[in-house]
Design a protein around this ligand. Structure first.
Ligand code: BES
Ligand code: MN
Ligand code: ZN
Length: 483
């Protein structure tokens, strides 16, 4: 599918999708010669997410409600793009009229979000179908888009949408196929394509570096682990941002094995890694002024005759020892190594993304991630970027008195809390132990948001690519935070 900027509808356009607010309904009626009867028959009123098709004397109209003008924003614009392409059904060529969205203050933002929505809304994962259904939609044209900054916004939206779709595809690939080596190969191919520097560490190199958390989790697997370090470096960078992503390509729980049901979606346990890789795949489209370095530990978490046993003690890269009392709390073990390496490079700020705890979905549901941080201004910077990118998250605290829940009888830390509640928080506290207070750090628990059970406009069943838009916005607007 090709998305282009045009002035007027190209010849052969099968339908025009218009963004409509309740306040612009009258204009729509006049412009498209709609009768009250036709409108009444559908109940279309321009309310948010309403979609109706009308056969008119001027051709096929796809009316997409965006809700009241005072409330239109990037999210509404993104949903408009996605709902329009979804409503196109078997049509080949459609045009988009931003209509009520032209009332948004920043039209470059609006165009970028519409463009993201078009790309996200037309996503499908069909790699494993014997007869993949071919998408029928070949052309989408955004009308009245002639200004240079808006055309650039359209192009940027396409790059960002495609990056997020790639992250979704990585998440959707089965763990038996997307092994750590396969994921690292994907990263390498992307880095080559994008002209980024990448280091892919194999088992021997990981042993030499002493990544004891990653090795401990990998011990029950026949698949070799990988550790990927990927760098975007502009000339004279304005600070350095470190991105860390959990790359568990399949989480069986290890010897602390999950239930059959609990394992069904565990190919998604590399959703953090996918978000970081997705960000790098489009980083040149937003051209941040800062240096950005990604750290991605990759392994699956399997059980085996010589797998890590509950009670085993692992030594993390930074020397900290960890008593593993539950092999299913594996994400924090590989992240401890990755955070240690990130810290050694002394970045101005770190953010990690991880499908870390089932508890976060109990706390916040499937559409809102949890954010935890050791630094208020840095957390605010992440929240601001998230708001602009349309990625939902909410803060949880990192209370110092909960730290004792991670005290081990034999080692420096235990990998699960002694206390029953607050599993997302104690996981965050575990990670915090690997970052000095002098380095601003934020942790996103995306266990609820990396996967969706339902289609909804720009989101589809399966991997969501959560975090890609946030990371790109965060990098683009990065200011080294005060310590
Ligand atoms: N990958 C899981 C977390 C998860 C659960 C992600 C559900 C997505 C959906 C993680 O490795 C895990 O197993 N966490 C345990 C931690 C517990 C053993 C302290 C959990 O949440 O049960
Ligand atoms: Mn686990
Ligand atoms: Zn996991």
């Amino acid at each position: 599918m090709k998305l282009t900027a045009v002035r007027t509808a190209p010849a052969g356009t099968d339908a025009v999708a218009v963004a409509v607010a309740p306040e612009t309904l009258a204009d729509l009626k006049k412009q498209w010669k709609l009768t009250d009867a036709a409108l009444a028959a559908t109940g279309f009123a321009g309310n948010a997410d309403q979609v109706s098709l009308f056969e008119t004397s001027k051709g096929l109209l796809i009316a997409v409600g965006v809700g009241e003008i005072a409330a239109v924003n990037n999210k509404r614009a993104r949903r408009f793009g996605a709902l329009a392409v979804r409503a196109a059904g078997r049509l080949k060529k459609i045009a988009l009229d931003r209509g009520a969205l032209s009332k948004m203050e920043d039209q470059t933002d609006a165009v970028q979000a519409i463009s993201e929505g078009v790309i996200l809304g037309s996503y499908s994962f069909s790699e494993y179908r014997s007869k993949p259904s071919k998408p029928t939609l070949t052309n989408v044209a955004l009308l009245n888009c002639t200004v240079k900054v808006e055309k650039d916004a359209l192009t940027r939206g396409i790059a960002i949408g495609e990056a997020q779709n790639w992250a979704r595809t990585l998440v959707n690939r089965p763990g038996g196929d997307l092994t750590p080596a396969a994921l690292a190969n994907e990263a390498r191919a992307m880095a080559r394509r994008e002209g980024l520097t990448i280091k892919v560490l194999n088992l021997a190199q990981i042993q030499r570096l002493g990544l004891g958390g990653l090795l401990g989790v990998n011990r029950g697997s026949t698949q070799e682990p990988r550790f990927v370090e990927i760098t975007y470096a502009p000339p004279r960078p304005k600070g350095t941002l470190a991105l860390v992503g959990k790359g568990i390509t399949f989480d069986s729980g290890g010897l602390s094995i999950k239930t059959g049901e609990g394992m069904m979606t565990m190919k998604m346990d590399m959703g953090g890694a996918a978000a970081v890789l997705g960000c790098f795949s489009a980083i040149k489209a937003v051209a941040p002024k800062c240096k950005v370095v990604g750290y991605i530990p990759m392994t699956d978490n399997m059980s085996d005759g010589d797998a890590t046993r509950p009670g085993d003690v692992l030594k993390i890269r930074n020397g900290t020892t960890v008593e593993v009392l539950n092999t299913d709390a594996e994400g924090r073990l590989i992240l401890a190594d990755a955070l240690s390496l990130a810290v050694e490079a002394k970045p101005d700020a770190i953010i990690d993304l991880a499908t870390l705890t089932g508890a976060v979905e109990i706390a916040l549901g499937g559409k809102i991630a949890a954010i935890m941080s050791n630094n208020g201004p840095w957390q605010d910077q992440v929240l601001t970027a998230a708001g602009k990118a349309g990625e939902r998250m909410w803060p949880l605290p990192l209370p110092v008195d909960y730290r004792t829940y991670l005290d081990s009888d034999v080692a420096d830390l235990r990998n699960i809390s002694r206390s029953r509640g607050g599993g997302t928080i104690t996981a965050g506290l575990f990670l915090e132990a690997f970052v000095p207070a002098s380095i601003p750090w934020a942790h996103l628990d995306i266990a609820g948001t990396a996967w969706s059970d339902a289609d909804d406009a720009d989101v589809s069943k399966g991997g969501t690519g959560y975090g890609v838009r946030l990371l790109l916005k965060l990098a683009a607007d990065f200011e080294p935070p005060k310590k």
